[in-house]
Design a protein around this ligand. Structure first.
Ligand code: 0A1
Ligand code: ZN
Length: 877
């Protein structure tokens, strides 16, 4: 584990390397959890670099066995530490042979070469390759890799690496070898190796260029059937990228391996994607509809990286959003095409607001393209990924779909094989469109969520409708003065008949295709020919990741929720109504006052539930009240999670009481009779039915949920009913019996047991902590496995507001202790967990002080990893 040195890396310090590594030949010998790696690097001094320039290679905890230069053992002229290898005065061109001894079994950080369930695998992004051998371990050093793997046949029938397969054969004493060659030069972070005993699910795909591709998904024996959906998603992704972006696959094989110990979701290694098994394995009996949707999205995401990330990679890690934001945008579009576009957009915005907005509003805020970091692993954030995707979406909004595609084509053509920058990317859109995007580029450079404050006025006599818009960007760490941004604001002026009105003239801003382009601090936008008062529908489709203050009457919001012709805006209006009501009720709860719910809102919820013209998936989302953390974020200061919880309960109970019979009828009518299909339409009906079940269940009303649980024919219904029982009637006999039954059935299936951990971790109130502690002793819980840790500790800390933010601070103290313990094994996972405390400053004073103490206790712990130290220090700063 690298302990913190306090070193800060800055974008402004970027320098190309003095040396290049044209090719890299690696030979791995794997035996009983140990390994040796022989790497032969053909090194060349870059043109123009002075003779005698030292070659400095990165390492991380390496054990050097031997070193040869052009075949001769080196005894001097170099200096090797575990973290660096320096050749003082190397020749202009030479082969460097490095042999390192590795200990995959001891590698609990899951970065570099490690073992998961007995199988060897690697994770090299961002800086894991330097834990395998000394290298110029940075994304702008592209090399052509050949890999040979040697291992005992017993236990290692499968031996994989990047690129196309080469020779295989037997060796002495029951060993064998396999060779792989990747013709595409790539950075070291895309290197991968897998060896072990896995089953292969095979298929084929022919690209639009006529190239036959062998597809393989490797899973644990016995789980082959659970890979069928992932394979189907892969083939659909490959076709979609051809059809929508004109991008074809470029190797003879494409392999995916599912591993059970993995720090993130998945990894796009060239030709050999490695996945967290949670995002590969699914069948109706073990996976929910949400799992299926995630698998489809992540399979697509990693596949799409082949062009956006691999063929064109990043010059340095500051450019991470170049591959991530763009690839998320591509996977979002894929899912929108595979499923319901409107529903997908609502789900994306919900995620953005719940994950990225708090990041942007707190101590960990950073620009989509950061300028400095201490630990790059801490920048795989919602800002880089999700806001990064929103920025690409805005480029399309600003330029139009056709010009956007032309810019993408130019990007692929101009930069194929490059390690590129955001400037390179934007230049393609400027050149394709002839527009200057320098103000727009601030979306990459400036942190914080821009705010729009809008006022409307109407003069029926003159037919003038006026919007006064003012933008501001809040200060964020290290950025107190902000520049004015280019904000595309999609809008409609909805007339009394629900149709958009067509103004005869618009002045005060550039307006194109229903989008106002805000570029100044203030705009007064005058619409003429508007003789009846319109209801403005603003930020349609969430055209920019901004917050909006627009005083609009409840009646107008209800009108939009009923009549806006844009599905997203209907949801947005309703969400605003629910949020405002929850904020109002929270204030009453805090003041110890009685909470009376707005009856009109209760009626509206019933109306939407019953509106057969709306997709069931939409209705399910619409009826899902804003989360407790969302309300906390909107309140922003002096947050009391118990008051928010009470308010949410009151609103939810009022909606249930006001619509009980209707909800029950709808619930009954949604029962699925046909065969299970994981498609969007069926999933939507199940989702709505479960949302209704939530309303129909309470501490004293558990029969329906119990029946739902007992008769469930698939995991969506089974887990959904269990979630309803544990959330709405936690501690009841029905909930406890269902938990027990679930555990008895799935105790040997770790991915399913994770759901059981999560549901208990989410049970509201003080009792959650004891449950979480107790579950850490469950035989199915392993503290070294990231999925287990995230399902139990991660969910409790990030998704259980009342359970984690106990008024006595016991939650924080236990959390600090646990994060430190995990950090000793796995710094990346610990650092990510620790971000659960990022909004501590907005808590009410008593909790705030207790949270601060917990953070300080972490900051002061000895030998902290760079990962954890970086998060904790920034959180406290
Ligand atoms: N590039 C992967 C995610 C990933 C990032 C970092 C990792 O280790 C620190 C592992 C995976 C993706 O975007 O899917
Ligand atoms: Zn990615």
């Amino acid at each position: 584990m690298r302990t913190d040195t306090g070193q800060v890396f800055k974008l402004s310090d970027y320098q190309p390397t003095d040396y290049l590594i044209a090719s890299t030949h690696m030979t791995f010998r794997l035996e009983e959890g140990k390994a040796t790696c022989k790497a032969v690097l053909s090194v060349e001094r870059r043109d123009g670099v002075a003779e005698g320039a030292p070659l400095v290679l990165d390492g991380d905890g390496l054990d050097l066995a031997s070193l040869k230069l052009d075949g001769k053992l080196l005894n001097e002229g170099y200096e090797a530490t575990p973290d660096r290898l320096t050749l003082a005065n190397p020749p202009a061109r030479f082969d460097l042979e490095i042999v390192t001894r590795l200990d995959p079994d001891a590698n609990k950080a899951l970065s570099g070469l490690y073992r998961s369930s007995g199988n060897y695998c690697t994770q090299c992004e961002a800086e894991g390759f330097r834990r395998i051998t000394y290298f110029l371990d940075r994304p702008d050093v592209l090399s052509v890799y050949s890999v040979r793997i040697e291992a005992p046949k017993d236990g290692h029938p499968v031996m994989l690496s990047n690129g196309n397969p080469g020779e295989t054969g037997d060796l002495r004493e029951g060993w064998h070898f396999a060779e792989w060659h990747d013709p595409h030069p790539k950075p070291s972070y895309l290197f991968a190796l897998v060896a072990g005993d896995l089953a292969r699910v095979s298929d084929r795909f022919t690209t639009m260029e006529g190239r036959p591709v062998d597809l393989g998904i490797y899973v644990e024996h016995g789980k082959e059937d659970r890979a069928a959906y992932a394979m189907d998603a892969l083939k659909r992704s490959m076709r979609w990228d051809e059809e929508v972006f004109g991008r074809a696959y470029d190797l003879d094989v494409f392999n995916i391996v599912a591993v059970s110990d993995f720090n993130m979701g998945a990894m796009e290694n060239k030709g050999l994607n490695v996945f967290n098994d949670k995002y590969v394995l699914a069948d109706e009996a073990t996976a929910t509809d949400a799992d299926f949707a995630n698998i489809e999205a992540i399979i697509a995401h990693e596949y799409f990286h082949n062009w956006t990330g691999n063929r064109i990679t990043c010059r340095d890690w500051f450019q991470l959003c170049l591959k991530e934001g763009l690839t998320v945008f591509r996977d979002h579009e894929f899912s929108a095409d595979m499923r319901s576009r409107g529903v997908k957009r609502i789900a994306e915005v919900r995620l953005l607001k719940s994950h990225q907005f708090p990041e942007d509003a707190g101590p960990l805020a950073h620009p989509v393209r950061p300028r400095a970091y201490r630990e790059i692993n801490n920048f795989y954030t919602a800002t880089v990924y999700e806001k990064g995707s929103e920025v690409v979406r805005m480029i399309r909004t600003v330029l139009g779909a056709e010009t956007f595609r032309a810019g993408m084509d130019l990007y692929f053509e101009r930069h194929d094989g490059d390690a590129a920058t955001i400037e390179d990317f934007l230049a393609c859109f400027e050149d394709a469109s002839g527009r200057n995007l320098s103000q727009f580029a601030l979306w990459y450079h400036q942190a914080g969520t821009p705010h729009l404050s809008i006022k409307a006025s109407h003069d029926a006599r003159t037919g003038q409708f006026v919007l006064d818009v003012e933008q501001s960007v809040p200060a964020t760490p290290g950025e107190s003065r902000k520049k004015l941004m280019h904000i595309p604001l999609a809008f409609g002026l909805v007339g009394p008949d629900g149709e958009d009105m067509a103004p005869t003239g618009i002045e005060g801003a550039e307006v194109r295709d229903g989008v106002i382009h805000l570029t100044k601090r203030k705009h007064t936008i005058r619409f003429s020919g508007i003789h009846e008062r319109p209801v403005p529908s603003l930020l349609r489709g969430f055209s920019a990741p901004v917050t909006l203050a627009f005083e609009q009457s409840e009646a107008d919001r209800m009108f939009l929720a009923r009549h806006d012709n844009d599905a997203f805006s209907r949801w947005q209006a309703l969400d605003r109504l629910f949020s405002d009501e929850l904020i109002r009720l929270t204030r009453l709860a805090r003041g110890g006052k009685a909470m009376a719910v707005d009856r009109q809102l209760v009626a509206l919820a019933g109306e939407i539930a019953a509106d057969g013209a709306l997709e069931p998936a939409y209705r399910s989302l619409a009826l899902t009240l804003p989360g407790e953390a969302d309300i906390a974020r909107e309140i922003g200061e002096d947050v009391d999670p118990d008051a928010i919880f009470a308010a949410r309960n009151v609103l939810s109970t009022a909606i249930a009481d006001g619509n009980g019979d209707g909800f029950r009828q709808l619930y009954d009518g949604l029962e699925e009779t046909g065969r299970f299909r994981p498609d969007a339409a069926q999933a939507g009906r199940r989702a709505l039915r479960l949302t209704l079940l939530g309303y129909l269940t309470g501490e004293a009303e558990t029969a329906l949920a119990k029946a739902h649980f007992d008769t469930a024919g698939n995991m969506t219904d089974l887990a959904g009913a269990l979630a309803v029982l544990t959330q709405k009637a936690g501690g009841s006999a029905a909930a406890e019996a269902a938990l027990e039954a679930f555990e008895a059935r799935f105790r040997d299936d770790p991915l399913v047991l994770d759901k059981w951990f999560s549901m208990q971790a989410m049970m509201p109130g003080d009792a959650a902590l004891a449950r979480v502690k107790g579950l850490m002793d469950h035989p199915g819980f392993q503290i070294a496995n990231p999925n287990r840790v995230r399902s139990l500790i991660g969910i409790w800390a990030s998704a259980n507001q009342t359970g984690f933010h106990r008024p006595d601070g016991e939650g924080y103290a236990f959390f600090a202790e646990t994060v430190l313990a995990i950090g000793k094994m796995n710094p990346q996972v610990a650092a990510r967990l620790a971000t659960a405390l990022r909004s501590w400053r907005s808590l009410e004073p008593k909790r705030r002080e207790k949270a601060r103490k917990a953070l300080v206790s972490m900051a002061n712990a000895p030998d902290l990893s760079t990962d954890l130290k970086d998060i904790v220090d920034r959180t406290l700063a």
